[in-house]
Design a protein around this ligand. Structure first.
Ligand SMILES: C[S@@+](CC[C@H](N)C(=O)[O-])C[C@H]1O[C@@H](n2cnc3c(N)ncnc32)[C@H](O)[C@@H]1O
Length: 320
């Protein structure tokens, strides 16, 4: 199906049609290469005709030493197909890999029986899934105990089904995007706020996406350098009035000598090393920040995250 036609069909349903650029994929996946060797990779929201995830793995199939690459894609109202590349026997591995295209019975929905069958055989799932189905999408990966590297909406961190996975060290942030801009190819028909869509490049800008994975990566073991002190500077760390924790408004201000609980911005997840900190909670109560000098304490909610809510916090403690 032509890309525009496909875009149109999906736009009727949900605004899920954002296409990841190959440079972003390369920048992220370079950190996972050792995990891919001899593995079956499944891109289950990816039309091989134009997905850059498919393109990336196809181009690097032998370099990464993949065992198999499978891609299925979603046709809202029509049967779809799966595309595969299987490793050839030793001695035959020269040249362009062979593709095998097989029709699917259904429309390629990642939740369908036939796509779940492919999922069960896969080792690692790598894609940018539809954000409108993100909860279900992640739940399925967890249920089938799959390894994965996926792009996620930043606010998934606050979902009641997702935050416990971060807290329990079952998933964590990858390298890219968080705190910066991410650009995806899309079509102009969605309603964008000014400055979000660039008609010259066909790219839409998001600040609210991140990579999420459960593959071990070096970043996860890097220590956040703590250069600030709490002792002697208590006035810089006001206490919440209904919770025994201090407010730390910026990650650079996390003190190296405070053993209690700290409320930190959500971007902490990007620096989280489970050997250095433990995550305790998010949004457990309705917090009030005692702001010195103010007649009324300012309300501090932990409900939402992102630029609209500068006070979103997660609660952490330093490990000794
Ligand atoms: C954010 S786009 C990303 C596309 C591609 N993975 C990429 O990164 O360029 C998500 C894709 O998931 C597809 N999709 C929507 N619902 C789906 C479903 N139930 N099962 C599988 N894919 C679905 C959409 O059509 C869309 O192309």
């Amino acid at each position: 199906m032509a890309r525009n036609e496909s875009l149109h069909k999906a736009s009727v349903a949900k605004q899920d049609e954002f296409y990841t650029q190959i440079a972003d994929i390369e920048r992220e996946l370079v950190h996972y290469e050792e995990h891919f060797r001899d593995k079956v990779i499944f891109c289950n929201c990816d039309d091989p005709a134009y997905s850059n995830f498919w393109r990336y793995f196809q181009l690097k199939f032998y370099q990464l030493g993949l065992n198999k690459l499978v891609s299925t894609h979603f046709e809202p109202n029509a049967p779809s197909y799966k595309m595969e590349i299987v490793r050839k026997e030793r001695g035959e591995q020269i040249g362009i890999p062979d593709y095998v295209q097989t029709p699917l019975k259904g429309n390629g929905d990642f939740r369908s029986e036939e796509c779940i069958e492919i999922l069960e055989e896969a080792d690692i799932v790598v894609t940018n899934p539809p954000f409108s189905l993100f909860r279900e999408y992640l739940a399925q990966l967890i249920e089938y105990e799959k390894k994965f590297v996926i792009i996620a909406p930043l606010n998934c961190v606050t979902y009641k089904e997702v935050f416990p996975l971060f807290k329990g060290n079952r998933i964590w942030c990858g390298y890219g995007f968080l705190g910066g801009n991410a650009y995806f190819a899309t079509e102009p028909k969605y309603d964008y706020a000014d400055g979000v869509y660039d008609s010259k490049t066909g790219l839409v800008k998001f600040r609210n996406v991140l990579w999420v994975t459960n593959l071990d990566i070096p970043k996860r073991h890097e220590e956040l350098s703590l250069v600030k002190q709490y002792c002697g500077h208590e006035e810089n760390y006001p206490k919440y009035d209904n919770y025994d924790a201090i407010e730390v408004g910026k990650l650079v201000d996390i003190p190296c000598d405070y053993d209690g609980v700290m409320g930190v911005p959500i971007t902490f997840l990007d620096k989280y090393n489970p050997e250095q900190f433990e995550i305790l909670d998010m949004n457990p109560h309705f917090f009030m920040l005692i702001q010195r000098g103010e007649p009324k304490p300012k309300q501090l909610t932990l409900k939402s995250i992102g630029a609209k809510d500068p006070y979103a916090r997660i609660l952490i403690r330093r490990k000794s």
